[in-house]
Write a protein that binds this ligand. Structure first.
Ligand SMILES: [Zn+2]
Length: 398
């Protein structure tokens, strides 16, 4: 950790070359404010347009680090700050990324962090309150991604698949609207998965290497077929359907990763896939001709190429979730005939984040801290997969 802090200090001590960035977005200092609130701090940073961003803390001295893709922070020099902030510094950090360092008089933690876009413009809004030194130290000591800890641009790995654009992830919160999915103690699978999908979307967007499309942003019914066509029109690199179903007690506990197969791994997986299709039918959607949308032979050809990519994605997810010490099902990798996974050319996964029928899973699913760990594990899984996928595809080309 000390080495990291030193290297950062060195980077920050070097005067940033007069913004090498071809900055796309710019801080509007006049429209921004940094104020002391009741017991904490509120930062309202107006920027000229939305940009990928991420936040972390570093200790000794306590600092909040705001990295953003191509935001020109030059205007931050004109910001008035309350005494709880001892310094503001800004400059380019790595190619295409700039960094705003908010030096704090004491340890703080975030209570809110969001990028808001409305007719009046775009702003990054942060709220901080004081915290104890031990909690802050633990947060600041969280290891960063290797490529962020080492600011030497020459050593940065190439992580982006398919032509270097962002990794386009379609997140599919299961159920919704008239189809609430599983229910327990007044909570529905549809609501829980929408909450988790929103949190995961934030985690992915803050990373900066993902673009995220959601199949639903609110509590509405979306037919399974529409979910897959959303993935196609988004030209998704991968599709991730999020569920927390109920199975007979004792049968299922822990996160489970499902891929598509004609023959389900077991009776429970078959029942789960059937029930999702039946829910769709009950909601007034006829799936019977879904496979006629594209000629079967073309789909089979595409699936032959997609299948190994999907399998690697599933394996990366199991590895990352286990690596985060998150409880998984005793058979964490399963398959079934889920209609929502039938895109022939897009690696598609259905993740049972947990099962509402399990009391322990229910406690985990309703715990924001647990969900944050799961979201972080999934971010790492998707990056690991994209990295490997890009390497394998690169190797396959002449
Ligand atoms: Zn479900």
């Amino acid at each position: 950790m000390r080495a990291l802090i030193l290297s950062l200090l060195i980077v920050l001590a070097v005067p940033a070359p007069a913004q090498e960035l071809s900055a796309l977005a710019r801080l509007d200092a006049a429209a921004s404010s940094v104020t002391a609130t009741g017991e904490g701090l509120a930062l309202d940073l107006a920027i000229s347009q939305p940009a990928p961003w991420r936040i972390r803390f570093l200790d000794a001295p306590p600092r909040l680090i705001l990295d953003a893709r191509e935001i020109d922070w030059t205007g931050s020099a004109g910001l008035e700050v309350p005494p709880a902030i001892t310094a503001l510094r800004a400059g380019s950090f790595r190619p295409g990324w700039s960094r705003l360092v908010v030096e704090l008089a004491g340890p703080h933690r975030l209570t809110a962090a969001e990028m808001v876009t409305d007719p009046s413009g775009t702003a990054i809004r942060l709220a901080l309150v004081p915290t104890d030194p031990a909690s802050f130290a633990a947060e600041a000591a969280r290891p960063d991604l290797p490529e962020w800890a080492a600011p030497d641009p020459a050593e940065l790995p190439v992580l982006l698949p398919q032509g270097g654009g962002p990794i386009t992830v379609v997140l599919d919160p299961g159920h919704g609207g008239i189809d609430p999915g599983a229910e327990r103690e007044g909570q529905t699978e549809a609501d829980l998965m929408l909450t988790f999908a929103r949190e995961l979307k934030e985690v992915l967007l803050r990373d900066g290497r993902f673009s995220v499309v959601m199949t639903r942003e609110e509590d509405v019914f979306v037919p399974l077929e529409t979910r897959t066509s959303i993935a196609r029109s988004a030209e998704a690199d991968l599709f991730l359907s999020l569920h927390a179903d109920a199975l007979a007690e004792g049968e299922a506990q822990g996160a489970t990763v499902y891929t598509l197969a004609e023959d389900a791994t077991d009776a429970a997986s078959a029942a789960l896939a059937e029930r999702h299709d039946r829910d769709d039918l009950l909601a007034g959607v006829d799936l019977s001709d879904q496979d006629d949308v594209v000629a079967q032979v073309l789909m089979d050809m595409a699936r032959t190429e997609t299948r190994p990519r999907t399998d690697r994605l599933a394996q990366a997810m199991v590895a990352a979730i286990k690596g985060a010490d998150i409880r998984m099902h005793r058979n964490p990798l399963q398959s079934g005939g889920f209609s929502v996974l039938k895109s022939p050319d897009i690696p598609s996964i259905l993740l049972e984040v947990g099962f509402l029928s399990s009391e322990r899973d229910f406690a985990r699913l309703t715990d924001p801290a647990w969900r944050a760990r799961m979201a972080e594990a999934l971010r790492q899984a998707l990056l690991a997969w994209a990295d490997e996928d890009a390497a394998l595809r690169g190797a396959a080309q002449p």
